[in-house]
Design a protein around this ligand. Structure first.
Ligand SMILES: *Cc1c(COP(=O)(O)O)cnc(C)c1O
Length: 239
């Protein structure tokens, strides 16, 4: 299957290139390249290619949809690779995903946090989550407004069964590097600000920002987890 082989070698090469760029940006921002975690976003990608990425050293994947992930999960080699949910989560799907991923990155409301917590307590676990921030104030995007983040984080900190580990955002599409860096820098400031308040049950360990088009800018501004899909697997075919 020559086409498979071509795609396998592309994936391997893409991972090496992305890692190199992350390392350069990390060093430029005064950090160690190892401090920035690369997530391979595997939505719409068939399991065989995800497993190939894992065999090339990927140890974290991100999926958007509960059903898609659960369908692929039995085929994935996840012994040395963790999975996070990064897409919008509807409350009626919470029951299915709790306990199935290491982190739910897309907590965008207090009611969703409550639902995850309830299902986690029922299963006898504590779910790790990130709070999603709508950093560009876009109508079309999910997430907390930066201005309400503190208050919502405090509310969520009171809930048993859930543990906040950091923040996540999807930046607006933007060609202006300065504007983009300003947006990521606002996220970084919010991350430091919340960390400095030392709220009980709120940890700021993970700042998840940057995708294929903007991960270098995100790393330059302090991201320690980048979510890269098409720059690793190639452009997606939505059916
Ligand atoms: C699809 C997706 C990504 C990766 O997007 P690419 O542009 O393909 O790198 C990252 N984060 C979220 C939340 C996504 O939905």
């Amino acid at each position: 299957m020559p086409e498979y082989n071509k795609r396998f070698s592309d994936i391997e090469q893409n991972i090496a290139e992305v890692k190199e760029k992350i390392a350069q940006a990390a060093i430029k921002s005064g950090r160690n390249p190892q401090d920035v975690h690369l997530m391979a976003v595997s939505k719409t990608v068939e399991s065989v290619f995800i497993n190939h990425a894992i065999s090339c050293g990927i140890d974290l994947i991100g999926e958007n949809k509960v059903q898609e992930f659960l369908a692929k999960k039995p085929e994935l080699n996840l012994e040395n690779c963790k999975a996070h949910l990064i897409g919008h989560l509807q409350s009626n799907k919470v029951k299915k995903i709790v306990g199935e991923v290491e982190v739910i990155q897309s907590v965008d409301s207090v009611s969703l946090a409550n639902e995850i917590a309830k299902r986690s307590v029922n299963s006898g676990i504590v779910s790790k989550v990130l709070l999603e921030v709508n950093v560009g104030n876009e109508e079309s995007k999910f997430g907390f407004d930066l201005r309400e983040l503190d208050e919502r984080a405090c509310e969520i900190s009171e809930i048993n069964g859930i543990s906040v580990q950091g923040l996540m955002c999807v930046a607006p599409v933007c060609d202006d590097e300065k504007v983009l860096r300003g947006i990521f820098s606002n996220m970084y400031r919010a991350y430091l600000d919340i960390a400095s308040k030392k709220i009980n049950n709120i940890n700021m360990n993970v700042l998840s920002m940057g995708m294929s088009g903007d991960y270098c800018e995100a790393v330059l501004e302090g991201a320690n987890l980048v979510r890269v899909g098409s720059a690793i697997f190639g452009s997606r075919n939505y059916r």
